[in-house]
Design a protein around this ligand. Sequence first.
Ligand SMILES: Nc1ncnc2c1ncn2[C@@H]1O[C@H](COP(=O)(O)OP(=O)(O)OP(=O)(O)O)[C@@H](O)[C@H]1O
Ligand SMILES: [Mg+2]
Length: 286
Amino acid sequence: MNASLQGHTVSKPNATAQALLSVDNVSLEYRTPQRVVRATHQVSFEIDPADRFVLLGPSGCGKSTLLKAAAGFIQPVEGEIRLQGQRVDAPGPDRIVVFQEFDQLPPWKTVKQNVMFPLLASKTFKRKEAEERAMHYLDKVGLAAFADAYPHTLSGGMKARVAIARALAMQPKILLMDDPFAALDALTRRKMQEELLLLWEEVRFTLLFVTHSIEEALVVGNRILLLSPHPGRVRAEVHSHQYDLHSLGGVAFQESARRIHRLLFDEGQSPETARELDFSDIRIAY
Ligand SMILES: Nc1ncnc2c1ncn2[C@@H]1O[C@H](COP(=O)(O)OP(=O)(O)OP(=O)(O)O)[C@@H](O)[C@H]1O
Ligand SMILES: [Mg+2]
């Protein structure tokens, strides 16, 4: 085992000082009257400013639960989550979540009103400022012309853009996205990935992005945390900054996807076999 790895930590050992979000040995549980479900077990990672950090793992491994904990909706039973050194213990406007379901947009509000709503609700903006800011971000996602449209008249991809504009308009310290393109058809999904990367080039926001698609993780992320099946434990962290949509289908990209698949799904995999995968930019944790 790599000597610098403690427990299930795989993030850069020297990143602690400047990390924007630190997830430190975090176990998360759901308690129902019948039983306790452990969703993640001692998960650690660190996200630096302007990272596009991806949580990747099979269904039920606790990705959404980790995102909800980073948002402050649920508290760890073990470990701690910190945003710029401050313990996360409640939701706040510095962490905005974009969920998978785009029907999160209230249908009785226009596109512009939807984007303005959290700005006004947080009481930091007057109506005129909120409107200007909403239009600025709607323009960024190419929807300025649809400002007065109602959500039911929009395609899935357009609703996704509204949700992203609404989140970015709040200028959060970190944008949390939970499998945001999963419900879209393959072509629209690819287009949204491209637009998200273009938007990131322009705005340089910090992103925590959940997906169960290996390809999407490689395209969207600069770093990918691989989680084991339920309960989620850290398997490895992969550096993927070298890939974008133009890499799709390329030999190196396919090879990385295949290796990640093996790391995620190979049953009975030992540290030795993982190391044999010869991933020069991967850090394995067991
Ligand atoms: N509200 C809840 N009450 C009890 N158990 C829950 C609840 N929400 C999730 N779980 C359990 O916690 C575990 C992790 O769930 P989570 O939704 O975080 O997985 P996920 O990785 O996001 O999966 P998917 O890729 O399917 O979205 C699962 O075993 C799930 O059954
Ligand atoms: Mg989920």
